[in-house]
Unconditional design. Structure first.
Length: 105
């Protein structure tokens, strides 16, 4: 038995491979969440240039990597040719990802 999470997905002669090819070109939105906070409307209206909003995450914590709003991994910020990037450090277990999708349905 294969250790791969999706055996046959790379083989277009298998049902899994054919199904994957049908889905492979569907666009997905990947986003990275640095943190969040709750504000009252009055606090939001008081924000101006130079305001600092404290988030609920420590500076040394890994960031959440989300695909279409579902947590799929944790990572750290890197720079690539002067742009921000994210290095994947930990991939969320399949069961946890699927549970997140079920809650959204």
């Amino acid at each position: 038995m294969s250790d791969a999470p999706f055996p046959g997905i790379d083989d277009p002669s298998t049902p899994a491979g054919r199904n994957f090819r049908l889905l492979a070109d569907i666009p997905l939105r990947l986003s990275v969440e640095v943190g969040s906070t709750s504000l009252k409307l009055s606090e939001l209206l008081d924000l101006n240039e130079g305001s600092v909003v404290e988030l609920d995450r420590q500076a040394n914590e890994l960031l959440d990597i989300l695909v279409n709003g579902t947590l799929v991994a944790k990572g750290e910020v890197v720079t690539v040719n002067g742009r921000f990037g994210i290095r994947v450090v930990d991939v969320v277990a399949t069961e946890a990802r699927l549970a997140g999708l079920e809650r959204r349905a």
